[in-house]
Ligand binder design. Sequence first.
Ligand SMILES: [Zn+2]
Ligand SMILES: [Zn+2]
Length: 231
Amino acid sequence: MFDLHALLDGVACFFYPRRCAVCDALIPPEDALCVTCADALHPITEPFCTKCGNLKRSCECKEWVYHFEGCAAPFCNSGAARECVYGMKFSGSVDTARFLARLMAACARVRFPGVAFDLVCCVPMHPATQPRLGYNQSDLLARALAKRLGLQYDAKALARVAVGRTQHTLNARDRFDNVKDLYACRRNLRGKTVLLVDDIKTTGATLDECARQLLLAGADAVYCLAALVSE
Ligand SMILES: [Zn+2]
Ligand SMILES: [Zn+2]
């Protein structure tokens, strides 16, 4: 049968050749990374903590009591995976988001077996920040992920209601204080199990506060999924 999408993809690739999201090399239209960069992605194989999602050796569960049930990510925040995610942060590439979402979906199936999610939502940006970029990278990932997992996506389940200070300039304790009440949930989530998506989990302060708001809105349980966790 005549495939219009394939034809349009072919035309688009002729005028705008697909490039590797990490090294910018030319790649086939169906890929997101070149073979070398794809081989350099190292999914987490070391023992990891099922609660905070970090490697066991950097587990932070003794310091913080998280509101979410568990957190997972396919990669640590280093190497080619880091370059790929940071590249998407600045390019807003939907192709890279789709590529990462495929790997995150596989991670969710392994790490959260048997959990029946009712919906996917993302960590929102403040409305003052998003127009500058034109997109929210967590939204790009969550949207692609929900599609891949066949789940409902609610882009507006969470809203960022205050600006707060930039997280990366703060120490861990201040990060948890800084995010308090920065987010609000505008839905009735009674009885729902939620999969909350962000691009990078560092201390987990943002994910934790978003999870707290989702629980306040009635959610039964919140699980977090990111592309990267701290090593
Ligand atoms: Zn490459
Ligand atoms: Zn832990």
